[in-house]
Design a protein around this ligand. Structure first.
Ligand code: SAM
Length: 400
């Protein structure tokens, strides 16, 4: 007996162990998408155009998920993944796709998410920016497991907390990748289960927490004639080459009296904003990042920056009505409801939203588009070989 199309996918897939599937497209999150008798099926590490034999691994009400058993016909753009850890390591999602088409497919997936969830106009022009595909990351987070007197150092496996040991990681800048083979020995006696590493503009290294045998001091990096100081303990944008582009499309050309940089980190956008606005207020919730933001303002001689070390949620009621310019760059979860509602109430004339998570951005944009129009939108591929994409949206108040 064949089940009816409105029967939940989980029931229709219950007795199916393997199926054949054509992958139609990539979706946000990096998985391939196909339909089996109308049921949406998501398959990690698949490529648009692939014909696959798939084992069903998840059966949900509206969809299923599967893993590749056999590639019956590869899609155009599929390749042998260059890194030997791909497949086990959870760090990268897209190494099986040619570098050139990754950005294009991710951009399509992000656009589709924003149209479907935020009601973004499908005719909205989007600029897509990409840089080098390998050797770009200036910061990474490693996990450590102990095996007798040895340390296993690497990344978590996909959807698991098992550590996949790595001695190479070609998305890292060479100075960072070069330290990986030393880590099992250096960390043999260390107690921590996590190690953050970052490099500066001159290739020097910083680690957190402190480990004997590795430097942990302050780093510095010049971007657009501004000298940024940071260390491995705080957030800093990861893509060394695209830092100037990210500043350019976020800060833009606008000038004025006052700008607010919410979720400011070490002041990555506050510093260039201070060259365009008479006064900048930077709000950052993390103590060390806020301290660096103050230090960065000081040693770049930008006396017009005030750094507030507060959670945006507890500060946002101080935002004046109709401020000229607000930049928000929240964590992956996007804006909290109080922050979103307060922003809508105070109605900045120009609001710039920098996002690393399209679904969270879509939720926030849906609310913001009641009062704003999109002036410009840029997708920046800050994270090649992974499913992530940075999105910068320039919003202008509709009445402005
Ligand atoms: C995506 S990072 C952006 C940082 C900065 N704009 C940059 O480009 O380097 C988000 C920042 O928000 C901070 N943060 C997270 N939640 C926060 C909150 N509720 N209030 C204030 N800051 C927060 C984090 O510490 C982090 O520095």
């Amino acid at each position: 007996m064949t089940s009816k199309p409105h029967t939940p996918a989980a029931i229709r897939l219950a007795k199916i162990d393997e199926l054949e599937l054509d992958i139609e497209k990539l979706v946000a999150g990096g998985e391939g998408f196909g339909r089996y008798e109308g049921i949406p099926i998501f398959v990690p590490r698949s490529a648009p155009g692939d014909r696959l034999r798939v084992r069903v691994t998840e059966r949900r009400t509206d969809y299923g998920r599967g893993e590749i058993v056999e590639i019956l016909e590869p899609g155009p753009g599929r390749r042998q993944p260059p890194c030997s850890h791909f497949g086990n390591c959870g760090g990268c999602d897209l190494q099986h796709l040619e570098d050139g088409i990754q950005t294009e497919l991710k951009a399509e997936a992000v656009r589709e998410t924003l149209e479907r969830l935020a009601g973004l106009d499908s005719s909205q022009p989007v600029e897509v920016i990409a840089g080098r595909s390998w050797g770009y990351r200036l910061r990474t987070q490693l996990h450590i497991e102990r095996e007798e007197d040895r340390a296993v150092v690497g990344y978590h496996a996909r959807r698991s907390h098992t550590v996949v040991p790595v001695e190479t990681c070609p998305v890292l800048v060479p100075e960072l990748e070069a330290v990986l083979p030393r880590l099992p020995e250096v960390l043999a006696a260390a107690g921590s289960r996590r190690l953050d590493l970052a490099v500066g503009g001159d290739g020097s290294l910083s680690c957190a927490p402190k480990v004997e045998g590795l430097p942990h001091g302050e780093l510095s990096l010049e971007v657009e004639k501004l000298d940024y100081r940071y260390d491995a303990r705080c957030f800093f944008q990861v893509n060394m080459e695209l830092l100037p582009k990210l500043i350019e499309c976020t800060v833009g050309e606008a000038t004025g009296e006052q700008a607010f940089d919410l979720f400011s980190g070490v002041g990555f956008f506050s510093l260039p904003l201070a060259g365009r606005y008479d006064r900048v207020v930077a709000v950052e919730g993390e103590r060390i990042a806020a301290r660096y933001a103050r230090m960065n303002a000081r040693h770049n001689h930008l006396e017009n920056i005030e750094v507030v070390h507060r959670a945006v949620e507890s500060w946002v009621h101080q935002l004046p009505a109709a401020p000229e310019r607000v930049v928000v760059d929240p964590p992956r979860t996007g804006l909290s409801r109080p922050a979103r509602e307060r922003l809508l109430e105070r109605r900045p004339i120009r609001l710039t939203y920098v996002s690393c998570h399209p679904a969270a951005l879509a939720r926030d944009l849906k609310a913001l588009l009641t009062a704003y129009r999109v002036e410009e939108m840029t997708f920046i591929d800050l994270f090649p070989q992974t499913a992530h994409m940075e999105v910068v949206v320039q919003l202008v108040e509709k009445r402005a």
